[in-house]
Ligand binder design. Sequence first.
Ligand SMILES: CC(C)(COP(=O)(O)OP(=O)(O)OC[C@H]1O[C@@H](n2cnc3c(N)ncnc32)[C@H](O)[C@@H]1OP(=O)(O)O)[C@@H](O)C(=O)NCCC(=O)NCCS
Length: 1175
Amino acid sequence: MSAKAYLLEAPTVATTKPPVAFTQPAARLAQVNLSHVNVSDSAEHIADAVEAALARAESLNPWLLTCKLSGLLLLNADWASVKEWIRERAVKEVSVGSISGVLKTFLVEPFVPHPQDVEYYVCIQSHREGDEILFTHEGGIDIGDVDAKALRLAIPIDQQLPVDRISQALLADIKSETQLYVDLNFTYLEINPLVVLEVEGSAPQVIYLDLAAKLDQTAEFESGDKWARARSDATLYGLSGKAAEVGPAMEFPAPFGRELSKEEAYVAELDAKTGASLKLTILNKNGRVWTMVAGGGASVVYSDAIAALGFAHELANYGEYSGAPSETQTYEYAKTILDLMTRTPHPDGKVLIIGGGIANFTNVATTFKGIIRALKEYKQALIANNVRVFVRRAGPNWQEGLRAMRELGETLGVEIRVYGPETHITAIVPLALGKASAGATGAGFKDQLVKQIPDSVAGSTPGTPGQMDVDPLRSATSAAPTPAVPQPAPAPVASGEAAPWYSPFTANTRAIVYGMQPRAVQGMLDFDFICKRKVPSVACMVYPFGGNHVQKFYWGTQETLLPVFASLKEAVKRFPDADVVVNFASCRSVFESTKEMLQYQQIRTVAIIAEGVPERHTRKLIDLSQKAGVTLIGPATVGGIKPGCFKIGNTGGMMDNIASSKLYRPGSVAYVSKSGGMSNELNNIVARTTDGVYEGVAIGGDRYPGTTFLDHMLRYEADPGCKMLLLLGEVGGVEEYKVAEAVRNKKITKPVVAWCIGTCAGMFETEVQFGHAGALANSDSETAEAKNAAMRAAGIHVPDTFEALPALLNQVYSELVQQAIIVPKPEPEAPKIPIDYAWAQELGLVRKPASFVSTICDDRGQELLYAGMRISDVFKEDIGIGGVLSLPVMVLMLTADHGPAVSGAHNTIDLISSLCSGLLTIGDRFGGALDGAADLFSGAYDKGLTPREFVDSMRKQNKLILGIGHKIKSRTNPDLRVTIITEFARKNFPATPTLDYALAVESITTAKKDNLILNVDGAIGVLFVDLLRHSGAFSREEAEEYARIGTLNGLFVLGRSIGFIGHYLDQKRLKQGLYRHPWDDISYLNPAAVQGGMGWGTIRLFFATCELELFGSARMGVLFLASERETIIVNDLETISSYVPFMSLQNDNTKNLIHEGSRRDEENASNCGEGVGDE
Ligand SMILES: CC(C)(COP(=O)(O)OP(=O)(O)OC[C@H]1O[C@@H](n2cnc3c(N)ncnc32)[C@H](O)[C@@H]1OP(=O)(O)O)[C@@H](O)C(=O)NCCC(=O)NCCS
């Protein structure tokens, strides 16, 4: 039987295996790779590099010398002519159509002569619902319209590939290939042509002559190892004995015509190491207009505005920063852009647009600090290049950020013009480009600075957590498959009345927040408070690292407690009324945690915040959520908001913005957008042009959002409270067409205003991937222009530009008012918002006498200061005990003090009691990290765990690694103390295997997050192990024993004794009185506050200072729990049983978190050690 005969049967399903299998000849593909060479390198260097690459290819692929060869462009040539062909083109600019680019990679394979009729075409492509295999009996470049011709096999996302059917119907060996598509996280794979050759006397051969594929870059953490292995020499050239060799990490090249510059690569690397987002694409390095815009959506809007004014050819870069990057990350990002823009002066000077919407959670002051640092550094270059800077930004701490920027403008010698939320987001663009004045484009925009005045607040009513009697897990039959937005959703238990299906958020909705996100939780509680909700919207938190415990929050101005559970199971059991989960798990762990959430019947809505979730994970979650009838919002979103009712996580930003956008009471306009940042901008626009927001959802910027525009638009259509709909679409995808269709079909009858951003995309010469993963048009129909035109044609109100959107909104709204469809309600009094002390202090609004004075040590900044001198300088200048440095001496110096804030330092009364009481404070929570880190790292090393196995096993056990992580320091901003002691050890120690191991662990953890570095506790711990084991002074047994009996802790005690004595003497010298802790810094939690705030029943808290112990009588219904700081009396058994595990299960992680969580001004209280001696 001929091969042709098999394929003609496709896709007929054969029930028995065909008698003849196909074979595949050994893969022969030679690669001549010159990616390390640049066009700007010398001709000699390039020529040498080309010869070296050709020689390497020849030595690895001896068949090159014997076969006739081919590539896509040169056929049937011998190796000598191939080499010549490559030499002529390598690292030179080549034009393909209108695009010119540099060729650096050449693929050479054996020439396979074959007739046209044995060419076939196979393609696997991914869709929202699953994967699809396309197959045609024709192949090659003249294949024509594949979509029209192909036979198709759809594989739903929840089903395994029907390997048998395919292997029998199509190809005998397709099994491994198609599994690879899933395992290696491809999103597209096209083989054209696939050639099937008859071989005399044996099975036909299948040869892939050309292949194009796309990998999902966000799946790096899952498939990165496999990708690297596939690229190893062992795999590519079949080298024996090197099967396990791991090859180079996968590189994702820039599109043809745009070389990935080292600056772009650097920003991509910064981006990969952080949960925040940092993107840079150079469009025209000689362009006059440079941008530094915050937000995936906002950055597109700015590019659109620049292009719309005819400056697309002058736009030098596309980029964005978002997701709360740190000051250092923003500094690095800004520096990269400033460096690029000041290389070649332009006769007309240059323009820098530092733009952005109203951030939800990125701290404007912090990120601007980074930008200001870079601007100062480039002062001379900016002046020399005649750069003018235009700033528009708002969001958390924008007042401070803008103030600092204005101040800089007065001193830098560079024109800096600064605008806030009173100015339309893109109004600075025409201003910067000399086309109009600021404000001209934004209807309803004017100066409206909201004053922040603290005020007292009223009490509140307790919620009623209850016990669940039924199995909370969703059984297979409990939820029939439903549309993406379930209809109808059951009512939250606490409300007592059923919420209609279109209303997942009501004033009774309660949520579980998954992840340690105190700031987001506080934001939700503050929103509740100003909306006058009766019950807090956050029922509890779930944080898998550490045990159950409680965290302090504010309800208005009063402090109150929220429970934190280590497992979701326990959280849903305790709070059966909670039907929303706000999931802050990282992109790596969000898949598993969301799957778990979808199992609980009570959960009706899940919002996924993380960016960078692999597409296959999302598609599976979409499928599971639809089957479970759960509304999935996200991934890659800030969430959504329903004024007066409920706010997801950080949506809406800080309270000043919530107040100025009037989000504390409902309006009539419901919107849906992709971008979280732009949705906050919409809050602002809608508030200024209509009676305000009724509800708003950001579905997220990924290619496959959990719920679509239409899902939410249909809800709004059904919701009588909503009178007018607003859609902010985006280039990429086809979801806007579905909304247009629904309007045409009269499924949506309420007036819709819509705009699709990304109209600039067609004006760029090469393909640009905008900030959102889904923002890339794969076909003409996915462009913003096409979608805007289609929506306009369907009768939707579509403005000409984004700048015209506010006016159009106002016009449609006014018509509705005229028709009495909207009847404006009297404006309620704007709520008074409490202001956080830390923020008030930052704004210079309050002052407070210090309770403690310290002149010897300062731990507040980037680095610990001893008497004003940085600890790294202390080391550098060898100012040590006796001027002699050794590890123990360094440990003594490092551990001597960590500022006046630590508990030990407070116990400075008289010399001896100061020392003794300070020393008594040392324990698990104070100083224990050194021993712990030494023990963990050396234990894992001794067990033979690879660093990855160690990290993974700790993750599986939900444990954080002691000695890893720092709040401020990161790979890009290293801790000099660690650098110095590790360098010292490398120079002076005979061997440092434990240190090397810990640094290998660090390279894995910093790939998750930039600040998960080996901290000073960890470094001291592992170096101490190395010193004991390899100094030669101790036998292995002695070394083990010394580590075990607490020698390292002994050093810590010794070192810190010096610090305690120092503090005592400092207090005496400064004539300070006896320490008394200020009242206003103590939470006096009385029963009313506890009940009122969080509905904790009858828990009473009293202060005491004894160690954790449990005494009392359950029979009497009274229990005392005495902890280090508090004694709790509980007199109902229900609560006792829920509270006991909190206290008794506390471990080190939990304890750290309690402390950190109370610092509410921190961006993210992940469990990062802060250095030696942290409490
Ligand atoms: C989603 C988000 C909240 C997650 O926060 P995160 O800080 O990255 O995540 P976590 O704190 O859970 O920790 C990250 C990882 O570090 C690990 N880790 C933390 N401390 C550690 C330690 N001491 N030792 C070892 N591992 C540690 C955790 O185990 C976790 O591992 P995992 O990712 O494999 O689960 C955060 O990335 C974010 O806000 N991103 C922005 C999202 C965004 O912009 N969305 C769109 C808005 S419009």
